[in-house]
Design a protein around this ligand. Structure first.
Ligand code: HEC
Ligand code: HEC
Length: 343
């Protein structure tokens, strides 16, 4: 087992995070100044938006009006011990590989996908995540906690290693999620609560058309001809990109991300067909493997575009996969499954 897997890394890395934080705090001064004032909690309607049942509404003491709610931003972070943890969580999200090189081994950071510090509704927002977990995930076939969900992104989306659940870093990330989930009642589903926006139609992407669009739509100017990215611009394929077990490796998920958020300078300018073509092109290239992926969807029911075999599912256009340096670090053990009987 490597030092990373044993969990000796985070303490050593803490100083680095602090350093990055200082640099960045200077750089983001304008952003801070521009930030909105802390939102006034809205207390107008009932919280039972997810159930809709009258009985549930009556039981709920908390009220929440989404339209009037605004997530807190960096400038709202309190200047106390809690604030220090929240701020550290935010900087871990922004500077993941710099802060945790033993764990975030790719060239992606959390904010490569969870844009605007995890607040953007179309890029799998992390606002309200605190109110959505623990939850049952069909991919895992069991109920998982928010910390495990964080490690799914470390191991799959970042193609890195799981961070220890009790580590300072995990607590800091969770502190930040709680901060940007403030006032959202448990069980409430806000916009983006189901991850990337579902594409209304599943279209067939064409790799050759995608390749032409990659240049025509200027993806190449930022992400590079080999899709390798450059500094803060993340790679789209190759050894430093997301793994085959990431949601983004599914054509429909990547098409959604691309159509709503890319090109970075003109989000929303691509048609759905163009987004599917680009997704097919990007996801046709080699990327890191995801050890244990055959155990996903243990009850069956994998979405049609999952690019690897699972129970009852044949891989959809599987890309070539690259071996992982530390395969055991890439596995997040499931909590044991519990059976239930209908009541
Ligand atoms: C390659 C893109 C990508 C990167 C990088 C990434 N994520 Fe994610 N993450 C996603 C997607 C996509 C989802 C939602 C799943 C979906 O839409 O299928 C998600 C979901 C989540 C969720 C669950 C949110 C909810 O409420 O359901 C958490 C928490 C999370 N990510 C944390 C992180 C953290 C922490 C990092 C950095 C260590 C990270 N992610 C990096 C793509 C990414
Ligand atoms: C102006 C530079 C720029 C252009 C042009 C651009 N991107 Fe990006 N892209 C980024 C940045 C920067 C991020 C990371 C998000 C962030 O930091 O806000 C990103 C993130 C992504 C991601 C998710 C993270 C990852 O690496 O997997 C995908 C997928 C993506 N871009 C695809 C595209 C596609 C397809 C195009 C062309 C239609 C495109 N981008 C054009 C800068 C750009």
């Amino acid at each position: 087992m490597s030092a990373a897997a044993k969990g000796t890394g985070p303490l050593l890395r803490a100083r680095r995070v602090a350093l990055v934080a200082v640099v960045c705090m200077g750089a983001s001064a304008t952003a801070c100044a521009k930030s909105d004032a802390p939102p006034a909690a809205s207390r107008a309607t009932t919280a039972a938006t997810s159930s809709g049942s009258a009985e549930h509404a009556k039981e709920s003491a908390v009220t929440f009006r989404e339209a009037a709610w605004k997530p807190k931003r960096e400038a709202d972070i309190p200047n106390d011990s809690m604030g220090a943890s929240i701020k550290r969580g935010l900087y871990l999200l922004r500077f993941t590989p710099e802060s945790l090189p033993a764990y975030a081994t790719s060239n992606l950071r959390c904010t490569s996908c969870h844009q605007d510090d995890g607040l953007r509704p179309t890029s799998a927002p992390l606002t309200g995540s605190q109110a959505r977990f623990p939850k049952y995930m069909t991919r895992s076939g069991t109920v998982i906690a928010l910390a495990d969900r964080v490690n799914y992104c470390f191991t799959r989306s970042l193609a890195g290693n799981a961070i220890p659940v009790g580590s300072r870093e995990m607590v800091d990330l969770l502190a930040y999620f709680a901060f940007i989930s403030k006032d959202i009642p448990v069980g409430t589903k806000i916009a983006g609560a189901d991850g990337l926006v579902a594409m209304p139609d599943t279209l067939d992407g064409d790799v050759a058309r995608g390749e032409a669009l990659y240049t025509a739509k200027l993806c190449v100017t930022c992400h590079g001809p080999q899709g390798a990215g450059n500094g803060p611009i993340p790679p789209l394929w190759g050894p430093k990109s997301y793994s085959v077990g990431a949601s983004m490796a599914r054509h429909e998920r990547a098409a959604s991300f691309i159509q709503h958020n890319m090109p970075q300078t003109a989000p929303g300018s691509l048609s759905a067909q163009e987004a599917f073509d680009l997704s097919a092109f990007i996801n046709s290239h080699a990327r890191p493997d995801s050890p244990g992926k055959q155990n996903d969807w243990p009850m069956g029911g994998a979405p049609a575009d999952v690019p690897y075999d699972t129970k009852g599912h044949k891989a959809f256009l599987p890309p070539p996969v690259l071996p992982r340096a530390n395969p055991s670090g890439a596995i997040v053990p499931n909590p044991s499954r519990i059976s239930h009987t209908a009541r």
